[in-house]
Design a protein around this ligand. Structure first.
Ligand code: C2E
Ligand code: MG
Ligand code: MG
Ligand code: MG
Length: 287
């Protein structure tokens, strides 16, 4: 009996895998067409200076405006784009569009703020990455100091020597560098010294358990440690996933410089961001 069940289970599994493979294949095709038909768009989420409450920067986040399925979030397609290599042209589109938009805001007379772009491993390691980036900055006219690249620990730790090389060139260009989802990967603390990193973005998972200003959970201790390490190493520290005023109060008590999260604003369209830049965020940071 057990054997039969096993075989049945296996067949179910195989069927599921076929469905997955078909689904995946169709998503791949869809992604290819999406690039050609310009179905990707960027939303922007503000980063807030926790002392002044002003917007200190924005992060560009890709969305897929699917003609039938509506707005699709990156969790659903970025990993597939990475798997099939499409992330390289898609990532180049994201970089170009974010730089174009940041320059357009400046041209419209808005206070200049850096735009941050997420870069995936394959894109970062691609032989044309630096050349492509240089071309994009030149074409869009955006000064390199207004571009920040968000790299995860897994991107950085893959091959430390070549990483150090690429980061050095980027740094010399004047581009800012951030470690995204900090604390979730396998970073060696010595690399923080070796790599020219400007910003640590504390992963949002550490914020979840912080329920009051004087929280003393393990997560709270980790956040406090990263904030103090950032200070010693002269790096900006930004907390991701700030959803409540209690979390904000905790971060302010720790002296964390910046925050990003639904408490301040969800990711919004380029148009809506203009309003936020003009009027400021609705949430108060003085609590
Ligand atoms: P990430 O770079 O860590 O971006 C932060 C994610 O957290 C965004 O999700 C954002 O909408 C969400 N978020 C912001 N504040 C809060 C909050 O207070 N609470 C909660 N629960 N979530 C919050 P999104 O836009 O769905 O993006 C997910 C991930 O997809 C990003 O994580 C990033 O790794 C990746 N991604 C997004 N855009 C791009 C892109 O253009 N290129 C690449 N390679 N990856 C991208
Ligand atoms: Mg990011
Ligand atoms: Mg993150
Ligand atoms: Mg993330």
């Amino acid at each position: 009996h057990a054997k039969e069940n096993g075989r049945n289970n296996y067949q179910f599994f195989e069927q599921d895998m076929n469905v997955l493979a078909v689904e995946r294949h169709s998503i791949e095709g869809g992604l290819r067409r999406a690039l050609e038909r310009q179905e990707f768009m960027l939303h922007y989420q503000p980063k807030i200076n926790l002392e002044t409450g002003t917007i200190s920067g924005v992060e560009a986040l890709v969305r897929w405006q699917h003609p039938q399925r509506g707005l699709i979030l990156p969790e659903q397609f970025v990993w597939i784009a990475e798997d099939c290599g499409l992330i390289v042209p898609m990532g180049a589109w994201v970089l170009r569009e974010a730089c174009r938009q940041a320059q357009a805001w400046q041209d419209a007379g808005l206070p200049p703020i850096p735009v941050a772009v997420n870069i995936s491993a394959m894109q970062f390691r691609h032989k044309d990455f630096l050349e492509s980036l240089t071309g994009i900055l030149k074409d869009t006219g955006l000064a390199p100091r207004y571009l920040e690249l968000e790299l995860t620990e897994s991107v950085l730790m893959h091959d430390a020597d070549s990483t150090a090389c690429i980061l050095k060139v980027l740094k010399a260009m004047g581009v800012r560098l951030a470690i995204d989802d900090f604390g979730t990967g396998y970073s060696s603390l010595s690399y923080l010294k070796r790599f020219p990193i400007d910003t640590l973005k504390i992963d949002q998972s550490f914020m979840r358990d912080i329920t009051h200003a004087t929280a003393d959970s393990d997560d709270a201790a980790i956040v406090a440690a990263v904030v103090s390490m950032g200070k010693s190493l002269n790096q900006r520290v930004i907390a991701e996933g700030v959803e409540t005023r209690e979390q904000l109060a905790f971060l302010q008590a720790q002296g964390c410089g910046e925050g990003q999260g639904f408490y301040f604003s969800r990711p919004v369209t380029a148009e809506e961001l203009v309003t936020l830049l003009r009027t400021g965020i609705a949430a108060s940071i003085f609590i």
